[in-house]
Design a binder for this molecule. Structure first.
Ligand code: BEZ
Length: 396
C-alpha cells in the first residue's frame, strides 16, 4: 500500500489523465478506483523522524480499518519534501498533476505546509495537515478543503505562559529557529506570559535548521533570566537539550518548551531531558484506552515507541475514514465529505478531539514532565483549547 512516487511511475499504475486546464481527471475507474493519498513529508534532514512517524500513524489507522476509505482500497504515494519551503508548491503540484492523488497529506514544516495550502486552495484538492502548526493555514488562508489534525503553533505555547508565571518566573529569554513555527510559538507564549505581567526580555533566534548553539547559550548565561522558553523539534531539539545541560545551565535556569522539545527525542537526549517541563496536546502516559491500544499497536507494527507525530498521522487516518465512510468513498461528494470530517469526533490517543469551524483541533493541552525517559502528564494546562483562528473567514 505504501509506495514511493518513483515506484508508482515505473509501475505505470497511474489512473489519472490530464485535463485541458492541466489538472488530472480520474479515468473511467471513477469511484471504484483506489483512493490515492499523496504523503508529502520530510524523510531526510532534521525532521526526517517526524515525517516517518506521521506516515506510520496514517498507515496504522488505515490498516486497522481494512486499508479502505469508504469501501475503496487506499494507496499512499510518498514524496520527500526535505523540509524545504521553496520546493513545496512544485512538489504538491506534481503529486496532484502527475500522480493524480485524491488527497494531499502533509506536512511537518510550517513553511512547506504554506506552499501546500496555496496549491490546495488553487486546485480544490483536499489537504490534511498532520503536523505543521502554521497559523495562517487555519487562519486567513482557511478553506473548506483544508483540515489539520495537529495544532497551531500558538496552541501548545500559549498555556505555558501561565504555567511559567504561576511558578514565579517574571523574566524570560526565548530561543528558537527563525521561521514561522518558532516565531509563532514564541508569540503564543509571550501573549500568555506578558498578559499576566511577565516579560520576555530577549528573543534569540537561529537560522533553521542550524544546531550551533554555543554563542546563544553563553548569552543566556550572561542574561541570567528566571527561565528560558523554547521551540525546537526533531534533531535540533535533541542537540539543544544536550547542549543546554552540557553548558551547565539545566540546574541554574529552568528550561521550558512547547512540547516538541521532548517528542520522539527522549532516548537520544537521555539524562539531559530529565525533569523538563513542556506543554503539548499529548503525553505518553495518558491513561485512556485509546492511548493504550494505540501505543501497543504502534510498537508492534513499527518496533518503536509512539510519539505525537505518530498520533497526529493516526488521527488524520481516522478523520479520513470518518469522512469517506460517510460518502461511501465518493471523492466527488465534496461538501458532504467535508461536513462529515468537520463534525467528526476522533477517538484520539490524545483524548476525544473535535474540530473548530476553521478545521483545527479543539483539544486539551497537557502539562508534562520528563520522568524516567517518558513524557508524564502532570496536569491539564488548558482544557479544550481552540486556536483563536484570527482572520479565518470560511467560505460557505
Ligand atoms: C512546524 O514547522 O510547524 C513544526 C515542526 C516541527 C514540530 C512542530 C511544528
Amino acid at each position: 500500500m505504501l509506495i514511493s512516487r518513483r515506484t508508482l511511475l515505473q509501475a505505470g499504475t497511474i489512473a489519472g489523465v490530464t485535463t485541458a486546464a492541466g489538472w488530472p481527471a480520474r479515468i473511467a475507474l471513477g469511484n471504484t478506483a483506489r483512493i490515492r493519498i499523496g504523503a508529502m513529508m520530510p524523510f531526510t534532514g532534521t525532521y526526517a523522524a517526524l515525517g516517518e512517524a506521521g506516515v506510520n500513524g496514517l498507515k496504522l489507522a488505515l490498516e486497522m480499518h481494512g486499508n479502505k476509505l469508504g469501501g475503496r482500497e487506499v494507496e499512499i504515494v510518498t514524496l520527500d519534501d526535505e523540509a524545504e519551503p521553496s520546493r513545496a508548491p512544485a512538489n504538491a503540484t506534481r503529486l496532484i498533476k502527475s500522480d493524480a492523488v485524491d488527497v494531499l497529506f502533509g506536512t511537518v514544516h510550517s513553511g512547506v505546509a504554506m506552499g501546500m495550502v496555496k496549491v490546495a486552495r488553487e486546485t480544490g484538492t483536499l489537504l490534511v495537515i498532520p503536523n505543521a502548526g502554521a497559523g495562517p493555514a487555519t487562519g486567513p488562508m482557511c478553506a473548506p478543503n483544508i483540515f489539520r489534525t495537529s495544532f497551531t503553533n500558538w496552541q501548545p505555547a500559549f498555556p505555558m505562559g501561565k504555567v511559567a508565571y504561576d511558578k514565579g518566573y517574571r523574566k524570560i529569554v526565548s530561543i528558537t529557529w527563525k521561521y514561522g513555527a518558532g516565531e509563532e510559538a514564541i508569540a503564543g507564549f509571550k501573549e500568555g506570559f506578558e498578559a499576566l505581567g511577565g516579560k520576555v526580555v530577549k528573543e534569540i533566534t537561529v537560522p533553521f535548521p542550524n544546531v550551533e548553539f554555543q554563542a546563544n547559550l553563553a548569552e543566556i548565561a550572561a542574561l541570567k533570566p528566571d527561565a528560558v522558553f523554547t521551540f525546537f523539534a526533531g534533531g535540533g531539539a535533541v542537540k539543544f537539550v544536550k547542549d543546554y545541560a552540557a553548558a551547565g545551565l539545566k540546574d541554574q535556569i529552568p528550561l521550558l518548551g512547547s512540547g516538541f522539545l521532548t517528542e520522539g527525542t527522549l532516548e537520544a537526549q537521555g539524562a539531559a531531558a530529565e525533569g523538563l517541563l513542556t506543554t503539548l496536546h499529548y503525553a505518553d502516559t495518558l491513561d485512556i484506552p485509546a492511548n493504550k491500544s494505540f501505543r501497543e499497536a504502534y510498537k508492534k507494527a513499527f518496533g518503536k515507541e509512539a510519539d505525537i507525530y505518530g498520533v497526529q498521522g493516526y488521527d488524520a487516518g481516522l478523520m479520513l475514514i470518518a469522512g469517506f465512510n460517510a460518502v461511501k468513498g465518493d471523492t466527488g461528494a465534496k461538501a458532504a465529505l467535508y461536513a462529515a470530517m468537520e463534525k467528526a469526533t476522533i477517538d484520539s490517543p490524545r483524548g476525544a478531539m473535535t474540530f473548530s469551524p476553521s478545521h483545527n483541533p479543539v483539544q486539551d493541552i497537557y502539562l508534562r514532565q520528563v520522568r524516567g525517559g517518558q513524557n508524564v502528564v502532570i496536569g491539564v494546562a488548558a482544557p479544550k483549547l481552540a486556536d483563536p483562528a484570527r482572520g479565518c473567514k470560511m467560505p460557505a
